[in-house]
Design a protein around this ligand. Structure first.
Ligand SMILES: NC(=O)c1ccc[n+]([C@@H]2O[C@H](COP(=O)([O-])OP(=O)(O)OC[C@H]3O[C@@H](n4cnc5c(N)ncnc54)[C@H](OP(=O)(O)O)[C@@H]3O)[C@@H](O)[C@H]2O)c1
Length: 363
């Protein structure tokens, strides 16, 4: 049984790791706490951005000589490889820590082996403390390593009768101001925010993060097969955040559109538009490890059909419309046995709404 002091230190490390969400890709978020030989907290750190020092290095720097004989609590197995920064396993050995407790093993073949290096140097190593919490905090990166594509979180705001817009297409605002502020947090945690051409036409969305200090702006992406939805002057083309327009390889309007667009990626067609796997591959190549899919229902249906939704965040507002588009359009499911069943992992009251977070059951 883990000691309460170990749990407290690791819980703090998990909290610290979360501060890096949205800023570390293509690296994971990692938090680290160092205690001295008598168990007092002497150093804290988290991985702040790719290319910058790892969490262990920040925490060891803060701890200085007090790390000697102490314990390091890390949310992810300390890395063993020399990338842009040196291997953390070696840094921990050199600092003289006598024990390392980490939550989640590193699935990245290049970085794994840190635990073995530590053990070989005589450091006591334990794995698995608060593993589920640390895994949940790093779910985007872990999913991207596992599937070789970005983690996709699909977010929508719906009325209690499941509508995401009124019959005339208007949808501002279904959800409460608190829910809309919460969406800015989700954007800040994501590397890219994606919408379909239908949403670009109907809403002229901005999609940048507002109201969160020091947030790293996500890449704003419009899936616009024919290169007709994003016109000069669109709000998404301002300089608040980078923007990418995904169009078909053979879009007729491509040459005209490309002149007025900041960055364009050409993709193969599939289904009712562009290939979802090709889009995710293109984003992965650009270092995107987490995507916030903000709709609309047609594009969300294509993502669900492609098996490319890893988490659903629905804001349910106490509002009725009775007509208008549903949250999810055709996802290729025609019979109840094929329904995509989800596990609810959290429900929360946000302003007047209820936020439900759910993940697809393993099939
Ligand atoms: N309440 C909410 O949370 C929320 C969020 C977002 C949107 N909305 C509302 O949703 C409505 C727009 O939704 P929508 O369903 O019409 O549009 P959408 O899902 O935003 O975009 C659909 C379009 O994306 C393009 N597309 C590209 N690749 C695709 C693929 N593989 N599969 C499917 N489509 C693909 C298609 O047009 P092309 O091929 O021509 O490019 C398609 O018509 C608006 O009323 C908006 O206000 C509400």
């Amino acid at each position: 049984m883990a000691q309460q002091a170990d749990i407290t230190a690791m819980r703090r490390a998990v909290e610290l790791a979360a501060r890096g969400l949205g800023a570390t890709s293509p690296n994971p978020v990692v938090g680290c706490v160092v205690t001295d030989a008598s168990g007092h907290l002497v150093g804290e750190g988290f991985h702040q951005r790719a290319g910058g020092p790892h969490a262990e290095v920040h925490a060891l720097r803060e701890a200085g000589v007090l790390a000697r004989g102490g314990t390091a609590y890390v949310t992810l197995e300390p890395c063993n490889h020399t990338g842009r920064t040196g291997p953390c396993a070696q840094a921990l050995i050199e600092a003289g820590v006598s024990r390392v407790v980490y939550a989640v093993g590193d699935p990245n073949p290049q970085a794994t082996g840190g635990a073995d290096t530590l053990r070989a140097a005589g450091v006591e190593v334990e794995q698995g403390l608060l593993e589920d919490e640390a895994r949940a905090g790093n779910i985007a990166w872990l999913t991207s390593v596992r599937h070789g594509r970005p983690f996709v979180r699909w977010k929508y705001a719906a009325t209690l009768d499941g509508r995401i817009a009124a019959a005339d297409g208007t949808s501002r605002w279904i959800s409460s101001p608190e829910s809309r502020a919460d969406v800015h947090r989700l954007r800040a945690e994501a590397d890219a925010v994606v919408v379909g051409s239908g949403t670009a036409r109907a809403d002229d969305p901005h999609l940048a993060v507002r109201g969160i200090e020091e947030a790293v702006q996500p890449l704003r992406v419009v899936v616009d097969t024919e290169a007709t939805a994003v016109k000069p002057g669109a709000r998404i083309l301002d300089d608040a955040a980078p923007t990418l327009i995904a169009i078909a390889e053979n879009a007729e309007n491509a040459e005209n559109a490309a002149t007025g667009l900041p960055d364009v990626v050409r993709l193969p067609r599939a289904g009712r538009g562009l290939s979802v796997p090709a889009l995710l591959d293109a984003l992965h190549e650009r270092g995107v490890r987490s995507v916030l899919l903000e709709g609309g229902p047609t594009l969300a249906g294509a993502f669900v059909a492609a098996g490319a939704v890893d988490q659903v965040v629905g804001y349910l507002a106490p509002v009725l419309l009775g007509a208008g588009p549903q949250a999810l359009a055709d996802a290729g499911i025609t019979t109840i046995t094929d329904a995509l069943r989800l596990d609810v992992i959290e429900t929360a009251r946000i302003g007047t709404d209820i936020r439900i977070t759910a993940t697809p059951k393993e099939r």
